[in-house]
Design a binder for this molecule. Structure first.
Ligand SMILES: [Zn+2]
Length: 405
């Protein structure tokens, strides 16, 4: 998987300049090695370049999913971590990474292996070495949670000693020790469970917090020492407030945010990652009508709050929580963010510009500009008119290598 020796010119009816929202017509990109050399209405064809005409399509930067689980697949979400071995789950993760890439996701943040420890760093390294196909990855290893917390295995016979899907940390000292152990095993950032379990009572979300602001601040300080950040699973107050006060990198799920939390998110430019796709999937694939009604009520609540969050002007990134639903299907998230209130361009900017920043690749990915990595996709038609075009990706290039055409 080495880029071609000869330059490549990609030609299509349109090219989106993501930052300005300008649709260049037609659009061309000159790719040399793993980088974009030029992009615009026309580029230099004189270097003996191979010219690829993608027709009535729009050239976009490769999509970014800021919340994935390569080590989860549809089915019994909790039991798969009990019943399936880590080697087996790693083989499935390789397939998941390939499916995501072929769907146009050229960069992803893996938000926890859910019991597979640091196996995600092996997948990342194998992708980076060109041994297997997959997106550029930022990985966390296991997520971190308190004893008896949201991600612990609490409904089993205690005599069976069923393992948690996350690494335990019950104090500042333990948080730091776990983060150092994960760092040693290859993690790029830390994922911490800050809230849960979630309940709707009289139409209001209630979700206990797991860590205090001081504990999260210590985790953030340790992450900064390592040159990285902390992402939190945070559904609602007061955990979401504690997390933004502590200076986390993102608030994932972000279903309930107080005015003060949103003010701090604007001030500190901390994005919310709504993950609508997983909520929709759970509502539509519930095991019973009662569970379906509960999941639907939570999604409706989330949609109402999302409209408040858009009005408040907080930053967003795009993450789907794919894994419990099929890998490769997660571009649905962009369509849902549009359906529930954002403009298509705003969603693409959240995905590509905020996403690149959140994954630590600002200036490298997320735009079609000279010097950027040649992560390029083509989608049919015009995604600014019909965002669902991102669910029908027809061409994928990652780092100058064509992986789908
Ligand atoms: Zn998740």
């Amino acid at each position: 998987m080495i880029p071609a020796a000869t330059p490549i010119v990609l030609h299509a009816a349109r090219l989106l300049q993501v930052d300005t929202g300008t649709l260049v017509q037609p659009g061309e990109i000159l790719v040399e090695g793993d980088r974009i050399r030029a992009a615009g209405t026309s580029v230099d064809h004189s270097l003996g370049a191979r010219i690829i005409d993608l027709g009535d399509a729009t050239l976009l930067p490769g999509l970014i999913d800021a919340h994935v689980h390569l080590f989860l697949h549809p089915g019994a979400e909790d039991l798969q971590t009990v019943e399936e071995s880590v080697p087996w789950r790693t083989i499935l993760a390789e397939q998941a990474a390939k499916a995501d890439l072929l769907a146009g996701f050229t960069a992803e943040r893996d938000m926890g292996t859910e019991g597979a420890g640091s196996a995600d760093s092996a997948v990342r390294n194998a992708i980076n070495q060109g041994l297997i196909l997959g997106p550029r990855l930022r990985v966390s290893g296991n997520a971190i949670d308190i004893l008896g917390g949201h991600e612990d295995a609490i409904h089993f016979n205690p005599a069976q000693h069923i393992l948690s899907n996350a690494d335990y940390a019950n104090s500042i000292e333990q948080l730091i020790a776990v983060m150092r152990a994960q760092h040693k095993e290859g993690s790029d950032f830390a994922k911490i469970y800050e809230t849960g379990p979630d309940r709707l009572i009289d139409g209001e979300l209630h979700t206990p917090y797991q860590y205090t602001e001081a504990q999260l601040a210590a985790a953030v300080e340790e992450a900064h020492r390592l040159g990285t950040g902390v992402a939190v699973h945070a559904m609602g107050e007061p955990g979401t407030l504690y997390a933004v006060q502590a200076g986390v990198a993102s608030i994932d799920h972000a279903t309930q945010l107080s005015d003060e939390t949103m003010r701090l998110m604007r001030e500190k430019q901390i994005p919310a990652v709504p993950t609508f796709a997983i909520f929709e999937y759970f509502a539509e694939h519930a095991p019973s009508p009662a569970v379906a009604a509960r999941e639907r009520a939570l999604l409706d609540y989330k949609i109402r709050e999302f409209k408040r969050q858009i009005a408040a002007g907080i930053p967003f990134a795009v993450g789907s929580d794919v894994g419990p639903f099929p890998h490769g299907a997660q571009a649905r998230e962009l369509e849902l963010m549009v359906r529930y209130g954002m403009k298509p361009l705003a969603v693409l900017q959240a995905d590509l510009i905020q996403g690149a920043k959140l994954l630590g690749w600002e200036g490298q990915i997320g735009q079609l500009k000279p010097g950027y990595l040649a992560d390029v996709i083509a989608v049919p038609g015009n995604p600014l008119e019909d965002i669902s075009a991102v669910e029908r990706v027809s061409f994928v290039m990652k780092g100058g290598v064509i992986v789908r055409q």
